[in-house]
Design a binder for this molecule. Structure first.
Ligand SMILES: NC(=O)C1=CN([C@@H]2O[C@H](COP(=O)(O)OP(=O)(O)OC[C@H]3O[C@@H](n4cnc5c(N)ncnc54)[C@H](O)[C@@H]3O)[C@@H](O)[C@H]2O)C=CC1
Ligand SMILES: O=C(O)[C@@H]1CCC=N1
Length: 264
């Protein structure tokens, strides 16, 4: 087995979907363990991967293992499997706040670890993942980890101190973007647009705007100015957003996110 998951919940499912869709791994090369039987059965049915109730079996059978349980379960899971982790095996972590130093202490031996922070757009091949290796990971192994991670979106290797910012700006941010899309759709529905059509218009506007930032290289403020006609509709909307503290709401929300990540 090439790729193993401990925990087969939302983020693991998104990664499975991404790596299978991009043909980096075949379903039969993937194994996932979960305590919760319906969770295992769901990914087996959706992706055709192998499943088990044994975390130890995943460690024994996989080359690369993604630890995809909630941060509060990391210590127990590491305690359970650490003796079986092999020197050549690559461990990928995806939990906020779980530093390489903390992980090293938990394993209590030399283990190759790449700490990452992915996000759920991995499910559609548009993930954004940050990765930071520990001192036991070679350049070739980091390249291999990045190849896996880039199967479901973009990857950047960052220094570890950036990881808390990454949680706020890409790990958690899909949730804020979904709220923004939902709110815009609500307003369009209030004007009489059918709900499904409203989601399509709002989501495509977000997708197109994101692409403009990535592809034009222009400052987001300049792109905003291009939309705002003098005495037009948009500048009125921008004024109301500022009045309601749109920017500071986003900044404060992300500070709260970082604070929680640091405490994990
Ligand atoms: N959901 C997201 O958007 C993102 C999540 N993450 C991180 O990914 C990790 C997983 O998060 P989610 O997938 O959202 O959570 P989830 O709750 O959907 O999945 C976790 C799974 O682990 C299973 N589990 C719990 N204890 C276990 C154990 N001892 N052994 C085996 N399986 C066990 C649960 O039954 C559950 O299916 C977390 O550390 C989270 O912070 C990172 C980036 C984004
Ligand atoms: O909400 C959480 O804690 C996880 C980490 C990033 C996204 N979801």
């Amino acid at each position: 087995m090439k790729l193993g998951f401990i925990g087969t919940g939302n983020m693991a499912g998104a990664i499975m979907g991404g790596v299978i869709k991009s043909n980096v791994f075949k379903p039969e090369e993937i194994i996932g363990a979960d305590l919760f039987a319906p969770g295992r059965e769901k990914v087996k049915e959706l992706y055709g991967i192998n499943v088990t109730d044994s975390n130890k079996e995943v460690i024994e059978k996989s080359e690369v293992v993604i630890f995809s349980v909630k941060p509060q379960f990391y210590a127990d899971v590491i305690q359970e499997v650490k003796d079986l982790v092999r020197p050549e095996q690559l461990i990928i972590t995806i939990a906020p706040g779980k530093t390489l130093a903390w992980l090293a202490e938990q394993f209590g031996k030399d283990v190759k670890i790449v700490r990452t922070m992915p996000n759920t757009p991995a499910m559609v091949g548009e993930g954004m993942t940050a990765a930071t290796p520990n001192e036991h990971v070679t350049k070739e192994e980091l390249d291999y980890a990045c190849k896996i991670l880039s199967a479901f979106g973009k990857v950047e290797v960052v220094t570890e101190h950036m990881m808390d910012a990454v949680v706020a700006v890409s790990g958690s941010s899909p949730a804020y973007v979904f709220m923004f899309i939902e709110a815009m759709a609500d307003a369009a529905v209030a004007e009489g647009m059918p709900r499904a059509q409203a989601y399509k218009f709002a989501a495509q506007a977000v997708l197109g705007s994101a692409k403009m930032v990535l592809e034009t290289g222009k400052h987001p403020g300049e792109l905003k100015d291009m939309v705002c006609s003098p005495a037009g509709t948009t500048i009125e909307a921008v004024g109301v957003l500022e009045e309601h503290g749109f920017r500071s709401a986003v900044i404060d929300a992300m500070k709260a996110c970082v604070d929680v990540a640091k405490g994990m």
